[in-house]
Design a protein around this ligand. Sequence first.
Ligand code: SF4
Ligand code: SF4
Length: 226
Amino acid sequence: MIIMKQKSIEDILDALSGEKKVFIAGCADCATTCKVGGEEEVEEMKKKLEEAGFEVTGTCIFDTACLSGEVRQKGKDFKEALEAADSVLVLACGTGVQTIGDVLELVVHPGTESLFTGQVVRLGKYEEKCRTCGECLLEYTDGICPVTRCSKGLLNGPCGGYSKDGKCEVDPEKDCAWLLIYERLKARGHLEKMKEIQAPKDYSKMLSPRRLVWERGTAKVGGGSK
Ligand code: SF4
Ligand code: SF4
């Protein structure tokens, strides 16, 4: 899921300066799990904006704010309140903000910072595990991503700089990803995978903006300058 945090109220008020009427949109998916754009947070934001002198013309929580069809449909249910507002404050990820802006053709303000795609370890604890590189190597590492979890993104490791207690030389707070990979492969009897030299990564697969289109059962992936 997309991990995000809410922008400060000062930044939000700054973005809304010069406007009087606002509609607030949240998202029942990632933004709710991250506690930045669910029912509770939308209600809290409404109170804060009203205290600051804004008229809140309406609020809604999209089931998934990055789904164009869902935004188009729900936009019709809230047409009047949306059209009465100068802008929409969106408490969802950057993709949700743009989906609402594109589909409903309204002025949008982001109310959150989208940080990374992450694993929910537990509510309130999120960890980045994948950088969506487009060329997955987890097969060779038994499920631990070196691209994301090794501070240097080494495809063949470790670098030799890890400490005696197995911490990374770049970030002593975290375990060396390549030692974790070694321990896992060893425990599962897969150590021969460590001997396979991985070729340099094709970073063109990470060029943005990426897109994927299904055509006759085939996924066509494009991105960057392609
Ligand atoms: S190698 Fe890592 S960054 Fe790339 S797709 Fe797999 S998990 Fe994601
Ligand atoms: S110590 Fe480990 S995690 Fe840190 S950069 Fe070196 S190989 Fe990567």
